[in-house]
Design a protein around this ligand. Structure first.
Ligand code: BTN
Length: 256
């Protein structure tokens, strides 16, 4: 209902009331031959997964969605999918709902400096070729304070908590797919990818020019966030003036 005619993703949606993880269901559908662009949504997840092996609390009221993408892509470009999905999500919140969403590298979506959405892509490759991606997007849409763990309340929130309004999960989902569809097509068909939205990404970045702390495996590094390059690599300047490149990791703290 909320999809533009040109949007090919999400034409088929499997909705369940309660699942372990929509990513798992999407993976099952994939092995049963479900077509490219199939979306799986659920009201609740009992075993929602987050990045870095964490769990993702997924009560009723949130948008828990996994998208099946099966167009071939070189493996070294797979990381761009989650970056593009981050831009698409922030753009959807901004354009469709007028909310000042920002991105925390690599792909957390923040509203008023608090995380309201996370993205987790599971990539399947055959050698150097990606043949399928399960793109999981979890957004705290109509969650209330009680839904957020007390220890996370200073850094996590929901659309409803930040705006005092309720949102249609289907409308939020449609808005994300409408934004993501052309970006993904550009990536798989023309190799456009992240470089095309790098400027926009930088304008949406929540911590450009801030002091940040990045977790790299077991190590933490503190430095000034300088930029994100055309490949999505984070560039940081350390206390001693040295510049480093961080291809993947996670920002664990920031200060302006
Ligand atoms: C993160 O750690 O920030 C990523 C969270 C991703 C959560 C979504 S909800 C839909 C999909 N199913 C899952 O189990 N995880 C993703």
């Amino acid at each position: 209902r909320y999809l533009k005619n040109s949007t090919t993703l999400g034409r088929q949606v499997t909705h369940r009331s309660r699942v372990h993880s929509t990513n798992t269901i999407a993976s099952e559908l994939l092995s049963q031959g479900a077509p490219h662009g199939t979306a799986v949504t659920a009201d609740e997840q009992s075993g929602g997964r987050g990045r870095r092996g964490r769990s993702w609390i997924s009560p009723f009221g949130g948008l828990w969605m996994s998208l099946l993408l099966t167009r071939p892509l070189p493996l070294h470009r797979a990381g761009e999918i989650t970056l593009l999905a981050g831009v698409a999500t922030a753009r959807a919140l901004e354009h469709t709902f007028g909310l000042p969403a920002r991105i925390k590298w690599p792909n957390d979506i923040l509203l008023h400096q608090k995380k309201i959405c996370g993205i987790l892509a599971e990539i399947r490759a055959d050698g150097e070729n990606v043949h399928s991606v399960i793109l999981g997007i979890g957004m705290n849409v109509n969650l209330t304070e009680n839904d957020i763990l007390p220890e996370l309340r200073n850094k996590a929130s929901s659309l409803q908590m930040e705006t005092g309004q309720r949102f249609s999960r289907a409308e939020v989902m449609g808005a994300i797919l409408n934004e993501f569809n052309p970006m993904y097509t550009e990536l798989v068909e023309n190799g456009g990818g992240f470089a095309k939205v790098q400027e926009e990404w930088l304008s949406l970045c929540a911590h450009l020019g801030d002091w940040i702390e990045v977790q790299l495996g077991t190590e933490r590094k503190r430095g000034l966030c300088l930029s994100i390059d055309r490949n999505g690599v984070l560039l940081m300047k350390m206390d001693n003036g040295q510049e480093i490149r961080v291809p993947s990791g996670e920002i664990v703290a920031s200060e302006t």
